[in-house]
Design a protein around this ligand. Structure first.
Ligand SMILES: [Zn+2]
Length: 180
């Protein structure tokens, strides 16, 4: 009897949570992190960016990493390392995506072990650098473990990419909550 009651409660909560209302930041995955410490993430440039230091995609990825650090009050920091397995790169495919981020997790802990973030030079061929900045900062947000948001957020897939290109309050709240 008690068990049946519990099931009923679960169904009700699920119904509420899946109602079509705006939702704030979400976490897809977490990096291993110690409370109170800065989350340190390494990266290296992928094969399409390692030889082009002045390229726009390197610029927007670099800006994006600095934005996540600054906006979160140094809660996260990225540093370049030739031995890093995290990769920042571009790709060229008419797949409808402006960028993409692949993430790997530990088989046992479920925590993040690696990410690869890409800007799509095909679908962003005619856009502004501000637009590309928004894409890069968004993909880096995925690299930090964030999922999507329906709020005013760089992690909102429906944002105006020419206006929202740095982490917003909702994005920062996500990072501060995930990595206190
Ligand atoms: Zn996304």
């Amino acid at each position: 009897m008690k068990r049946i009651f519990k099931v009923g409660v679960t169904v009700t909560l699920t119904a509420l949570l899946t109602a079509p209302v705006a939702y704030a930041w979400t976490a897809d995955y977490y990096w291993p992190h110690t409370r109170g410490q800065t989350l340190q993430i390494t990266y290296k440039w992928g094969d399409r960016l390692d030889d082009v230091p002045n390229s726009v995609w390197r610029k927007v990825f670099t800006n994006g990493m600095n934005q996540w650090t600054t906006k979160t009050g140094n809660k996260v920091r990225f540093s370049e390392s030739s031995s890093s397995s995290n990769i920042l790169n571009t790709y060229d495919d008419d797949d409808g995506n402006y960028g993409i981020c692949y993430r790997w997790t530990h088989w046992l802990t479920g925590k993040l072990t690696k990410f690869e973030a890409y800007g799509n030079v095909n679908t962003t061929a005619g856009v502004s650098d501000t637009f590309r900045q928004s894409v890069a900062t968004h993909e880096l947000g995925h690299g930090l473990g964030l999922g999507h948001s329906d709020q005013v957020a760089v992690m909102n897939t429906d944002r105006d990419r020419n206006r929202i290109y740095v982490p917003q309050t909702d994005d920062v709240n996500g990072i501060l909550s995930m990595y206190p």
